[in-house]
Design a protein around this ligand. Structure first.
Ligand code: ACO
Length: 343
């Protein structure tokens, strides 16, 4: 069988038009623009209008990715969805999108890796393509989180962090000419390497409890009253783990591919907190101009942050074909990881 590589052919994104500033949030809870900007870098985020679902939000992002790749969704033979905020508790967004997009009855699976969704999704797509199980995969990362945020003083630590948004990638199998696979040392386009990790001892340090089988009856009025239908986090512990794991994963990826941080053209980190990304950048020794951040405008859109960064960086001419690019994320689970890509 011919050796295959995984090339990102097109990226798209979509954000709701409703802008919610820090000042807007301060009308519902004791918070301030200063507090939020100083601790997170976030100035505003986008919220959907009531009734917009996660797959609704994804559709324009998919359309943009397809048009940039010069294909249609019907040309894809697999869907991978990544979200923590699906349309339904089950099934996942992959199958819902298969139907909405009028695609053939292709395999559709959902990745549940929260903020690491793009990294797990791309690593999974790469594995399927290299194994010969898929030729062109639609990878969709979409989140509608605004309805699950508790916009009161009790929920203010989480409510100020998150926003809604969607991103999509078309990834395609291409033959390795002469058997040469993408590497950090050649100019062959494609996914070079991925690292994924997890530590479930942190599951309840960043989670949404109900509905769930830990709740007697799956969902109860008591769970609603206790606020278990909203996400909860131990922010300080998550912050420390995020920095440690992201630095560890990126260092391992660079070392095993024989490259130094200065050889990276662009780093596309998850957008959870500007201070986390600053700490990681400094520890890795990557210069400021090689890290793309947009958390200031969108907050944390969980699985969607990295594809939105990819799409915007492309539009701004910062992400170009042939560049050596690293993605990097940490999130609930805990999960973390990174991909190394010759773009
Ligand atoms: N506005 C004003 N004050 C607030 C707010 C708010 N929105 N939220 C909390 N406070 C208060 C707290 O009650 C506390 O008050 P106290 O000192 O009187 O007790 C004080 O501000 C400090 O709170 P801390 O939690 O200690 O603040 P910290 O400096 O740690 O910043 C933050 C909090 C921004 C959440 C930070 O811990 C963080 O970014 N953590 C990591 C987030 C992250 O990476 N998440 C992972 C991805 S998310 C995912 O995977 C789904």
């Amino acid at each position: 069988m011919e050796r295959m590589r995984t090339v990102v052919r097109g990226v798209g994104h979509n954000l709701p038009s409703q802008v919610v500033t820090n000042f807007d949030l301060s009308k519902f809870m004791d918070t301030s623009d200063d507090w939020i900007v100083e601790r997170t870098g976030i100035r505003e985020r986008r919220f959907v209008e009531p009734g917009t679902t996660t797959t609704d939000l994804a559709l324009p992002a998919i359309q943009m990715a397809c048009s940039r790749a010069g294909v249609t969704p019907q040309d894809c033979d697999m869907i991978i969805g990544a979200t923590l905020s699906p349309d339904f508790f089950f099934p996942g967004i992959g199958t819902v999108l298969q139907n909405k997009l009028g695609m053939a009855h292709v395999p559709a699976l959902d990745v549940r890796a929260q903020c690491s969704g793009l990294i797990y999704g791309l690593a999974t797509a790469d594995a399927y393509i290299r194994a010969g199980f898929a030729k062109r995969i639609l990878l969709v990362c979409s989140e509608v989180q605004s309805p699950i945020l508790e916009r009161t003083n009790r929920g203010r630590d989480m409510a100020v962090l998150f926003g809604d948004g969607a991103g999509a990638l078309i990834v395609e199998a291409q033959a390795c000419a002469g058997g040469e696979a993408p590497s950090a040392k050649n100019n062959v386009r494609g996914v070079i390497d991925s690292i994924m990790g997890s530590d479930g001892s942190g599951a309840q340090l960043l989670f949404l409890k109900a509905p769930g089988s830990v709740v007697p009856g799956f969902m109860t009025q008591a769970a609603i009253d206790a606020g278990d239908i909203h996400p909860k986090m131990d922010g300080r512990v998550v912050f420390k783990n995020a920095v440690t794991r992201m630095v560890e994963a990126a260092s391992n990826l660079l070392e095993r591919n024989g490259i130094s941080p200065s050889e990276l053209d662009l780093v596309l980190p998850h957008q959870a907190n500007l201070r986390i990304n600053e700490a990681v950048r400094e520890k890795l020794g990557v210069s400021e101009d090689r890290v793309f951040n947009n958390i200031q405008k969108y907050g944390n859109t969980t699985a969607a942050t990295i594809p939105i960064c990819m799409s915007e960086a492309t539009e701004q001419g910062k992400l170009k074909e042939g560049q050596l690019v690293m993605t990097l994320a940490f999130g609930a689970g805990f999960t973390w990881g990174c991909n190394l890509i010759r773009w």
